[in-house]
Design a protein around this ligand. Structure first.
Ligand code: GRF
Length: 213
């Protein structure tokens, strides 16, 4: 399965997908990386790995539709079958999302549907919850909405600040994104009544209590 990664910045999730492909644990080919922001560091891992890279700067287009048309054409030209958003900081319109329905995935640094949007770690800490995590999901027109494919839970520690928490969540992002993409590419992700069922899913570990006694 040919996949594209869309990003706007750092690219650590792209790196985790590239690493998984290099280790043979991603049954997909990263065929294109697109950034909507010129010269971001996130493009470097792709260039190093010899993956075709494109910058499609939203500022070069008169409106959202024209920008998304250019994205769509680039994806079609590269025979892309699944699009992975990885820190892509543009909201996509309903029309684009519908064109790629069930072939467009995103990773978000919280346990969706809680804490959609930006500054998740700050809000999680402020709320005083004991767990957060990250989610890979299919994209729907509403922001950070859509059927959940995979989640990882991260406990919050007493001394956490937004940076320490973000770093621990990111470690899990780098595990679940390649895993989820591999599940999609190998045909293990099935839709059942609008929810996702994973074929041959392994059981998770035991429940955890935070703080422990
Ligand atoms: C990640 O935290 C991801 O969950 C969110 O944007 C961030 C992108 O980080 N959607 P990176 O560019 O992959 O390092």
């Amino acid at each position: 399965m040919n996949i594209a990664v869309l990003l706007s910045g750092r690219g650590s999730n792209l790196q985790s997908l590239i690493d998984a492909q290099a280790h043979g644990s991603l049954s997909a080919e990263i065929a294109l990386v697109i950034s909507n922001v010129p010269n971001v560091s996130g493009l470097e891992p792709a260039r190093k790995a010899g993956i075709p890279v494109k910058t499609i700067n939203h500022k070069d287009f008169p409106d959202r539709k024209a920008f998304e048309d250019a994205l769509h054409v680039a994806l079609l030209e590269a025979d892309i079958e699944c699009v992975c958003l990885a820190g892509f900081m543009r909201l996509l319109t309903e029309s684009f999302v519908k064109k790629w329905a069930d072939r467009l995935v995103n990773i978000h640094p919280s346990l969706l549907p809680s804490y959609k949007g930006l500054n998740t770690h700050e809000r999680v800490l402020k709320a005083g919850v004991r767990f957060t995590g990250c989610t890979v999901h299919f994209v729907r027109p509403e922001m950070d909405d859509g059927p959940v494919i995979l989640q990882a839970v991260v406990p919050i520690l007493p001394d956490d600040d937004p940076n320490s928490l973000a770093a621990r969540v990111l470690e899990q992002e780098h595990i679940i994104y390649p895993l989820a993409v591999d599940m999609i590419a190998s045909g293990r992700v099935l839709f059942e009544n609008g929810q996702i069922k994973i074929k041959n899913a392994g059981l998770p570990g035991p429940p955890i209590i935070n703080p422990s006694s």
